[in-house]
Design a protein around this ligand. Structure first.
Ligand SMILES: NC(=O)c1ccc[n+]([C@@H]2O[C@H](COP(=O)([O-])OP(=O)(O)OC[C@H]3O[C@@H](n4cnc5c(N)ncnc54)[C@H](O)[C@@H]3O)[C@@H](O)[C@H]2O)c1
Length: 286
């Protein structure tokens, strides 16, 4: 059986761990050659070893700060020198700062914007000449339920102001660039993860326990990096050749339920009688 990304070259940002590492492994398993990068050198190198041990092909640059434009340009040049013009850019990396309107400092605000919006803008900007030369390309951006609804935390707990703002911007950038880059045969889509168990979130999940997350979702489990990697493989592959400009939530139904989760049995019972009466009420037009 032919592999779904056979012959493709995929640039993936933030491959040291979590979703970026899972994507590197999944894309390589599907036949892509991977160009990774991360701030974290040791873990990024470990990902390269894992991909190669599994029989895949991967090179990577680390430590690399995508917020350093010259370094980012160097990474694009490195990719082309290693594997030639590439097919896929998967913007996975992000650096977050928590805080509310009252606690967030200007410095934290600027850091988050730089490491969640600007690095995506810069990566696409500097990958574009390669895609134009090739006559096609696929871009996947990483949004979040954080960019879609409410506080995007269980029970709408606040504290993600600038993260939510940034992910909203990434989703809007995706939509805008799908239009702007369509004449160059470049598809631009986003994936919006819900709660995914990665080194970035593991502590929070352990501290809060499973229930608060389950209460916000329709599917009663915590998301795994592989859930996101599978969606990314699909969007990167030719199977998605008619799909551009979308935001694909991979969130166990968090966004579909507005973060309110499955129907509450007690509240459902409370409303039951009233709903039954409504069903038999005379039509107000009659
Ligand atoms: N884990 C979740 O629950 C969740 C939910 C929604 C969205 N997301 C998004 O999914 C993506 C991956 O998340 P994750 O949980 O795997 O996070 P993570 O923190 O484990 O991985 C992100 C990686 O990006 C790297 N990175 C950050 N800034 C960088 C920079 N300037 N240059 C180079 N590398 C940089 C980090 O070093 C890290 O290895 C992120 O965009 C995140 O915002 C995650």
């Amino acid at each position: 059986m032919s592999k779904r990304l056979q012959g493709k070259v995929a640039l993936i940002t933030g491959t040291a761990d979590g979703q970026g590492r899972a994507a590197a492994l999944a894309f390589a398993r599907e036949g892509a050659r991977i160009v990774g990068c991360d701030l974290k050198a040791d873990l990024a190198e470990e990902t390269v070893r894992m991909v190669r041990d599994a029989g895949g092909e991967m090179v990577s640059m680390q430590p690399l700060d995508l917020d350093d434009e010259q370094a980012l340009i160097g990474w694009i040049e490195f990719a082309v020198a290693e594997y030639g013009d590439f097919d896929i850019l998967y913007n996975n990396a992000s650096g977050v700062r928590g805080g509310t309107i009252e606690t967030l400092t200007r410095e934290q605000w600027d850091y988050n914007l730089a490491n969640e919006i600007t690095i995506v803008f810069l990566a696409i900007k500097h990958a574009l000449p390669v895609f134009k030369r090739k006559g096609e390309g696929v871009i996947i951006n990483t949004g979040s339920i954080a960019g879609m609804i409410g506080a995007a935390m269980p029970a709408n707990v606040p504290g993600n102001l600038v993260h939510n703002v940034s992910k909203g911007a990434v989703l809007r950038m995706t939509n805008n660039l799908a239009v702007e880059l369509s004449p160059h045969n470049i598809r631009v889509n986003a994936i919006s993860p819900g709660i995914i168990d990665t080194p970035a979130t593991h502590g929070l999940i352990v501290t809060a326990g499973d229930q608060p997350w389950f209460d916000s979702q329709l599917i009663q489990r915590i998301g795994q990096s592989e859930d996101i990697a599978k969606a990314a493989v699909f969007l990167a592959s030719d199977e998605a050749s008619f799909i551009t400009g979308i935001n694909l939530p991979v969130d166990g139904g968090w966004s579909a339920s507005g973060g309110a989760g499955q129907p509450d049995p007690e509240i459902s019972a409370l409303f039951g009688q009233a709903m039954a009466e409504l069903a038999t009420a005379p039509n107000s037009k009659a």
